[in-house]
Write a protein that binds this ligand. Structure first.
Ligand SMILES: [Zn+2]
Length: 595
């Protein structure tokens, strides 16, 4: 064929098959995944063909200026949260590409929407639920494509990068919300308040037979009703998924990646992750991890089938999900009036294990002269079953009694900004107000040596509850915990919470003494304190005797006295600025400003 005629022929062929809905990934036989532009143009074609079933919207802009697109899908044009509520339809948020190198969710989503909207294969998929679908969450990361981004993974040929353009991992950003993409997501979340979140990834780790693994948060991290709904959903969905020829497992984090026989542990999600954040918001959530060594075609089909099964199940009992989330919200709001309530901030492994039958492969472990350690090699031609211990259960560790409300002084705008991002309600003081409340004195802070997500996290700190009396300036905010997102406020504001703003380093300045004493001045102070306080003098002598590093450090020896003097106390080093108000103090505030 003449080279000039060839494009003309292609154009003619496309026109002749106007109803060709092959997705870009299918067209490449799953060797490649489409660019963001090609993804959007396919979705726009679908919308044009089925405007009563699909609606594309822009919900944000990436740091590199790209639009963030969401597709609303419903059987009969229910395209807004208000309409969904009026029609008593649960809202399912399905997101792909938060880690854009793990992009099955995008290509499976295009196929699902096509089969729902235009080919007639799944016409009733969304008769009773509304799907909010993000084809690519980390759009800039998706466009930063390379064959070398996922060394553990079997295709597609080129794939996006785990960090967005500012090198932030969006799946660690849910609580601190640094990234513009996360701010856009949280706005979308606040607007829709989805009843169920599905977050699609590709795993790393071991080789085994399963084409998909899945994770839901431990029941101890969840509202009891949410945990029960989730469990019942997965108990039914997984057999239905496997009946389609797949093999699924709970998420497999091995205690020792070099020997799976040593058992399974919890991978340690938390509120900074998608499912952990949904737990704080009292919403069920499912993490899907396709297995990175299966072909891309198998992985896309795995996501397609599981999401189809899940939507089918939810559509059969939409009221059960709506009732579950409404009841969870009501319980969190009511907890504000329960003086015996406790909220767990951290979790520890449950020492009890259960046996788990792993559908794995035969493997050998050899000594490696490269690593100097064990080297595991799987043999995928020899499927083999292993009964191994499963320790993925968690138990509450550090817990707190939630206050009736938090008070945040106006100057800590960085904290108030996060309340806004998460849709936490509060009221602002119109004039200064004196409060007596519980505060925290923080001692012995230790920071991580290396940055994590752009922060040197506060690793350890001693937290002492202390009474505090202070005058809150005009513009300070009072955050009552009788609200549905109370757990997010607790996570942001309790110093011991793993994703608190304190832990992320936003309040580091409170640990910095701003005034110092000249050595010759401290000499005089120290001698005066030694003379007037024999117990202090004895403590000093003991420390000099027991601690050679201290004894050899002239500045530390003088600081010993300075730190115990009113000159240092007046700087309020380590005084946590957020206060905890009890029910009585909150009532005083509600009844008007006290001068
Ligand atoms: Zn991932």
């Amino acid at each position: 064929m003449c080279r000039w005629l060839f494009p003309v022929f292609l154009a003619f062929a496309a026109a002749a098959h106007a109803a060709d809905w092959t997705t870009p990934a299918e067209a490449s036989h799953f060797r490649t995944t489409p660019s963001y532009a090609d993804t959007l143009s396919y979705l726009q074609r679908l919308q044009k063909a089925a405007p009563g079933k699909l609606k594309l919207e822009t919900f944000g802009t990436t740091p590199e200026g790209r639009p963030m697109t969401v597709v609303i899908a419903s059987g009969d044009g229910v395209f807004s949260p208000e309409a969904a509520r009026a029609a008593h339809r649960p809202v399912v948020l399905l997101q792909a590409g938060i880690h854009p190198g793990e992009i099955e969710g995008k290509d499976a989503g295009l196929m699902l929407l096509r089969d729902f909207a235009v080919t007639g294969r799944l016409p009733h998929l969304l008769d009773h639920a509304v799907l909010v679908y993000i084809p690519v969450f980390s759009v800039d990361g998706h466009e930063n494509s390379s064959p070398y981004h996922r060394i553990n993974q079997n295709g597609p040929q080129s794939m996006g990068f785990r960090g967005q353009s500012q090198y932030l991992n969006l799946n660690r950003d849910y609580v601190k919300a640094d990234a513009p993409e996360m701010r856009a997501w949280l706005k979308l979340w606040r607007r829709w308040l989805p009843d169920f979140l599905i977050d699609v990834h590709t795993t790393d780790g071991a080789d085994y037979q399963y084409d998909l693994t899945w994770y839901t948060e431990d029941p101890h991290k969840l509202d009891a009703g949410v945990a029960a709904w989730q469990r019942s959903l997965m108990d039914k969905a997984i057999p239905a998924y496997e009946a389609r020829g797949h093999l699924a497992s709970i998420y497999l984090e091995f205690k020792d990646g070099r020997d799976p026989r040593k058992g399974i542990t919890n991978f340690g999600s938390g509120p900074r992750f998608s499912t952990g954040y949904a737990a704080l918001q009292d919403r069920p959530a499912l993490l899907i991890e396709t297995h990175m060594l299966k072909t891309y075609a198998v992985r896309v089909r795995a996501v397609y089938d599981l999401v189809d099964v899940l939507l089918e199940r939810i559509g059969q009992q939409p009221g059960a999900l709506l009732k579950t989330t409404a009841a969870a919200d009501a319980r969190t709001i009511a907890r504000a009036h329960d003086p015996a309530a406790r909220v767990a901030l951290t979790f520890k492994p449950d020492p009890a294990s259960t046996p788990y039958e792993l559908k794995g492969y035969a493997f050998t472990i050899a000594r490696s002269d490269v690593s100097g350690s064990d080297w595991i090699r799987y043999d995928p031609t020899h499927p083999q079953r292993y009964t191994i211990p499963n320790w993925d259960g968690l138990l509450p560790d550090v817990s707190i009694a939630p206050p009736a409300a938090y008070a945040i002084p106006a100057q800590w705008a960085v904290l108030i900004d996060r309340l806004d991002a998460h849709g936490i309600t509060y009221h602002r003081l119109a004039e200064p107000m004196k409060v007596s409340a519980q505060g925290y004195q923080l001692e012995q802070p230790h920071w991580a040596a290396h940055p994590f997500e752009g922060h040197l996290m506060l690793r350890d700190v001693q937290v002492h509850a202390v009474p505090r009396e202070t005058i809150l300036p005009t513009g300070s905010v009072i955050v009552p915990l009788g609200q549905r997102a109370a757990n997010v406020a607790i996570e942001l504001l309790e110093p011991q919470a793993p994703d608190s703003m304190l832990r992320w380093g936003y309040l580091d300045a409170i640990f910095e003494p701003k005034e110092y004493g000249e050595p010759r001045v401290l000499e005089k102070l120290a001698r005066g304190m030694q003379a007037s306080d024999p117990a202090l003098e004895a403590a000093f002598e003991r420390k000099v005797h027991d601690d050679p590093a201290f004894a050899a450090d002239p500045a530390a020896r003088l600081m010993f006295f300075f730190e115990r003097s009113p000159w240092y106390a007046a700087q309020h080093v380590g005084a946590y600025p957020v206060l905890r108000l009890g029910a009585a103090e909150l009532k005083t505030l509600d009844s008007g400003p006290a001068h």
